[in-house]
Design a protein. Structure first.
Length: 320
């Protein structure tokens, strides 16, 4: 088992008070920009279902192209729906003005690696060509996000296009290292010694298992092995402490900080984590009776602020 790494009590994002973030979550202030279902023709005779979130312009002028954001839902590569990310996507669209597209993809065990990442790459390729005409969204100001397995796909797809074209990425309890099976990942303190869902591990590993031996150095498989210069220059990882994925995410973000500091673009790079010691895998997607809404607002607010900062860096200001 890898040796534990030090966990900072705060990060640049985590140390900022909740009041720094606009509290416009749809569950707390009634703002709901809604979404529409669309189907993107990514290949002959094949389309993928997406949800599209777009808030009305604050100025009434709908002619100005918006930033484009791609979100990828989780589900252990074996299921899930983009609707599970609707609260975050709605808030991101409302607070930043971005057109948010949340996509589906093919699932294991029927479709193993690289089916899911191929699908997300195809969505990105389609949006880069058609987002302006279809949604009035500017693909040159593109950001991405992903939850759990979706984080793996969001970071992986950023590698499919020229370096720097994805301006920022935010991940939530992300799968970044598929070189280890679920049963081999280090357990942090606080997790049960015996996993009650251990019998499902072969299912949860069905996307990666057959491809593992041949892809140990493939960043589309494990983004943790990607070179810093090929990743977005702004990355925020939201990391719960009670999660077998905590170690790999913290190891990844620490390595990016170290490598980024040596890079010619070091001053322009921003690699941060928001660490929640008592959070658990998927905690932002459970009912508020289990995880208080203000805890979700804190994490989502930090993520939205991070994306908004990237927009402003490239001269997009919502409402101007």
């Amino acid at each position: 088992m890898p040796a534990p790494i030090s966990v900072p009590s705060t990060s640049k994002v985590a140390s900022a008070p909740i009041s720094n973030y606009r509290q416009s979550h749809i569950a707390t202030d009634g703002v709901d920009p809604g979404y529409r279902v669309d189907w993107l023709p990514i290949a002959p005779n094949r389309s993928l279902r997406v949800l599209v979130f777009k808030s009305p312009s604050l100025t009434g002028d709908e002619s100005k192209p918006r930033p484009l954001h791609l979100d990828v839902h989780g589900g252990a590569f074996v299921g899930g729906l983009p609707e599970s990310d609707a609260a975050f996507c709605a808030r991101l669209a409302h607070d930043t003005g971005a057109v948010v597209v949340s996509t589906t993809y093919r699932y294991a065990p029927k479709y193993t690696f690289p089916a899911a990442i191929d699908d997300v790459d195809a969505v990105v390729a389609y949006l880069r060509q058609h987002a302006l005409e279809r949604y009035n969204a500017d693909a040159s100001l593109m950001t991405v996000s992903g939850f759990s397995a979706g984080a793996n796909l969001a970071l992986g797809t950023a590698l499919s296009i020229p370096s720097g074209d994805v301006k920022a990425a935010v991940t939530f309890y992300g799968v970044t290292d598929l070189r280890l099976s679920p049963g081999e990942k280090p357990k942090p303190a606080g997790m049960p010694a015996k996993d009650p869902l251990a019998f499902l591990q072969p299912l949860f590993d069905s996307y990666a298992a057959s491809a593992r031996a041949e892809n140990t150095k493939n960043p589309r498989f494990s983004p943790i092995v990607a070179d810093v210069e090929n990743l977005p220059e702004n990355i925020l990882m939201v990391i719960p402490g009670i999660d077998i994925l905590a170690y790999e995410q913290m190891t990844f973000i620490q390595r990016l900080k170290e490598d980024g500091a040596k890079d010619a673009k070091g001053a322009d790079r921003r690699f941060e984590m928001l660490y929640d010691e008592k959070g658990f895998h998927g905690y932002l997607e459970v009912p508020s009776s289990i995880v208080p809404q203000d805890k979700k607002d804190w994490a989502f607010g930090a993520a939205v602020k991070f994306i908004a900062d990237a927009h402003q860096k490239y001269r997009w200001h919502w409402g101007s």
